[in-house]
Design a protein around this ligand. Structure first.
Ligand SMILES: O=C(O)CCC(=O)C(=O)O
Ligand SMILES: [Fe+2]
Length: 368
């Protein structure tokens, strides 16, 4: 039986109380490999969401940003790309990034070494089991089993990679591959964040300075979604927005990510050798809602293992990001969103149920 959320904190009101340590749970990898498994335990049965339209067959393609044009020395090319980036952030909150310069072999190596990690024995992986949501290395299952009433069909490995780089010691090649990949990806992130800043009419380094990007928190979240015998009943990750500024995601060639666009869930089919980027809650805060973090979810299937690796890029742990005053319109309250240190925000989000945009709503409601 799942334990309930801490008393006194209704589901849509996350609280900063420390959650009890997660229960010892079987990974979904081990569960999916149980001989003869033909149905899922009821704790994995996810209620269907009544409020959203079913998956859309929309042919409207997700926007694509050519990174090489974003960093072009030709001012016209660059400004055109910044306008496209602004439109992608405003219309979708999600976009593909092509020609980013991170070698394809590096992206593939990252996926493979994460696969190798998940293939370690439960005992070996258990050495990375985190006790607290701010532990720099955390292996686990579902999202936060100490408060999840329904478990998600997902195992994960979360690692803080900047400002201090951490790595599991197994597989032995993890450290080198992840270190290279995290550095290269941070470089891509920085240019996109500059472009986003300019697209908002701010100085190119505004977001960078406001969030102390030099000391940004970069968290790798490797997700494993094993085949599920009843995929229509289970959920890999429920609808949520990402905390932070910008997430850059890669995956193996199995689809499963859905993005809420114009009130419909849209299946995302990534372009090979590209990043899927999405803006997080702190761009919504900084931009005063001009750009909104967008709900997304991961569904599962009954045939193939899906692996996704999200690199979440966020303000420095002690940075308290607030709306850019120059984006406020007359009469708007600049403190409508209570500034909170980033590490408190992460702790709030990770200690509670993953529940849409409840964290952002929480700090808005507490606005002073
Ligand atoms: O697996 C995916 O595609 C989504 C992962 C995700 O949304 C996350 O890790 O925050
Ligand atoms: Fe996400």
């Amino acid at each position: 039986m799942a334990t309930t959320a801490p008393t006194g904190s209704p589901p849509s009101q996350p609280s900063l109380t420390h959650s009890p340590p997660p229960r010892k749970l079987t990974s979904v990898k081990a569960l999916s490999e149980s001989p003869g498994l033909s149905s899922i335990p009821s704790i994995y049965t996810f209620p269907k969401q009544p409020n959203h339209e079913p998956v859309s067959d929309t042919k409207e393609p997700i926007p694509t940003i050519d990174f090489s044009l974003l960093i072009s020395s030709n001012p016209d090319e660059r400004s055109k790309t910044i306008r496209e980036l602004g439109k992608a952030c405003g219309d979708w909150g999600f976009f593909m990034v092509t020609n980013h310069g991170v070698p394809e072999r590096m992206m593939k190596a990252m996926i493979e070494v994460c696969r190798e990690f998940f293939e370690l024995t439960e005992e070996e992986k258990g050495e990375c089991e985190g006790k607290h949501v701010l532990d720099p290395i955390r292996y686990g299952t579902s999202f936060n089993p100490s408060v999840d009433k329904i478990l998600y069909w997902r195992d994960y490995l979360k690692i803080f990679q900047h400002p201090a780089f951490h790595s599991p010691s197994d597989p032995p090649s993890f450290r080198e591959i992840a270190l290279d990949y995290s550095k290269r990806t941070r470089g891509v992130m920085k240019e996109i964040v500059r472009g986003i800043s300019e697209s908002l009419g701010l100085e190119d380094k505004y977001v960078e300075k406001a969030s102390n990007l030099e000391n940004c928190l970069q968290i790798m979240i490797a997700n494993l979604y094993p085949p599920c015998p009843q995929p229509e009943l289970a959920m890999g990750l429920p609808a949520h927005s990402d905390h932070g500024l910008l997430t850059l995601l890669i995956q193996n060639d199995t689809v499963g990510l859905q993005v809420l666009h114009k009130d419909k869930w849209v299946n995302i089919h990534p372009i090979p050798n590209s990043f899927l980027a999405n803006i997080g809650d702190h761009i919504e805060i900084l931009s005063h809602g001009k750009y909104k973090s967008v709900l997304h979810q991961a569904v599962v299937n009954d045939r193939d293992v899906r692996i996704s690796i999200a690199l979440a890029h966020a303000p420095a742990a002690d940075a308290a990001v607030s709306p850019a005053p120059m984006l406020l319109e007359d009469g708007q309250n600049p403190l409508a969103c209570q500034a909170m240190k980033y590490k408190e925000y992460v702790e709030l989000q990770q200690s509670n149920k993953l529940d849409g945009k409840s964290c952002l709503e929480h700090i808005r409601n507490r606005g002073i």
